[in-house]
Design a binder for this molecule. Structure first.
Ligand code: PDD
Length: 285
């Protein structure tokens, strides 16, 4: 089955799916994106992803390219046309196509919308979860508004590549004060010796992950204590457990940080239980 992408009003075969050379996303990274998990053909937590999308757009003063109800149809149609049962749907909105100039383009320039869907083999993700993943740490050299899900991801790309080159699946960004902010494409968590589940408050220094938000409900249901505070790399290395959260991986145990084992070096019991229960608390559409 040929892959299909939605590009500015048309469903196109992947090889023909392209944006204009003067798309501001291409030239300035002037745009935002969202990634929703697809599970058994349904979108996971679409409502919350759309709320965050609207917030990112409004922070950057980019207009919604179409009403939410129409976007809902496009998202499901791209999933359907690609016959994705398990994987992700990706959407990107940029400030549109205009002659290259840094200030905003003329009023009335239409924002550009691209939607793609891709399959992820659940067995592969499960295998990573069973073994746990390694993370490395890198200095957080990003701008101060990473709460906006912008497509400007160069620091994240470089961090993730450094992780791959060191045999790790994720890189944790570390602020100047030694605290972990978040992963290159995930939020960071630890479990302390007292079984407190710790994650950084969702201020401007991290992206407020949708998986993170849903996990707060899972924690409550499991009677676990949540502490929203920052933690250092040293504290994470000495923690009982560590894990990351993101739409494509839900809860993924971390078993090594910069080559040092976390806990006994195996996925933690709490992380594993939260992973197993996550989708009971997520919305499907
Ligand atoms: N990444 N922090 C960053 C920097 C991210 O890029 C992501 C998501 C998250 C977790 O957010 P959520 O739980 O809503 O997926 C946190 C997506 C999956 C990506 O870039 O592919």
């Amino acid at each position: 089955m040929p892959r299909i992408a939605y590009v500015n009003g048309r469903y196109l075969p992947h090889r023909a799916a392209a944006v204009h050379v003067e798309d501001r996303g291409y030239q300035f990274a002037d745009g935002v994106y969202e990634v929703c998990e697809v599970r058994a053909g349904r979108l996971i937590d679409q409502r919350r992803h759309m709320e965050r999308l609207q917030r990112s757009l409004s922070e950057l003063r980019i207009a919604m390219p179409m009403p939410l109800r129409a976007l809902d149809v496009v998202l499901h149609e791209v999933v359907r046309r690609n016959a994705v049962r398990n994987g992700i749907v990706y959407l990107q909105i940029t400030r549109g196509v205009a002659k290259r100039d840094h200030p905003f383009p003329p009023a009335g320039t239409r924002p550009a919308l691209v939607v793609t869907a891709s399959r992820i083999d659940p067995a592969r993700t499960e295998a990573f979860a069973t073994g746990g993943i390694a993370v490395i740490t890198v200095p957080d050299n990003r701008w101060e508004r990473v709460d906006i899900k912008s497509i400007a991801l160069l620091p994240n790309v470089l961090a993730k590549q450094a992780a791959r080159e060191q045999g790790a699946r994720e890189a944790w960004f570390v602020a100047a004060d030694g605290t972990v902010t978040e992963g290159a494409s995930s939020n960071a968590w630890i479990v302390t010796a007292d079984n407190e589940v710790v994650t950084r408050p969702a201020d401007h220094s991290i992206l407020r992950g949708i998986t993170r938000t849903v996990l707060l409900d899972v924690l409550r249901a499991h009677d676990l204590t949540l502490v929203e505070r920052s933690f250092t790399v040293a504290e994470a290395m000495a923690a009982r457990e560590a894990f990351i959260t993101s739409a494509s991986q839900t809860v993924m145990p971390v078993v090594r940080i910069d080559g040092r084992a976390v806990g006994n070096g195996a996925p933690g019991l709490i992380a594993t239980a939260l992973r197993a229960d996550f989708h009971r608390f997520a919305e499907e559409s």
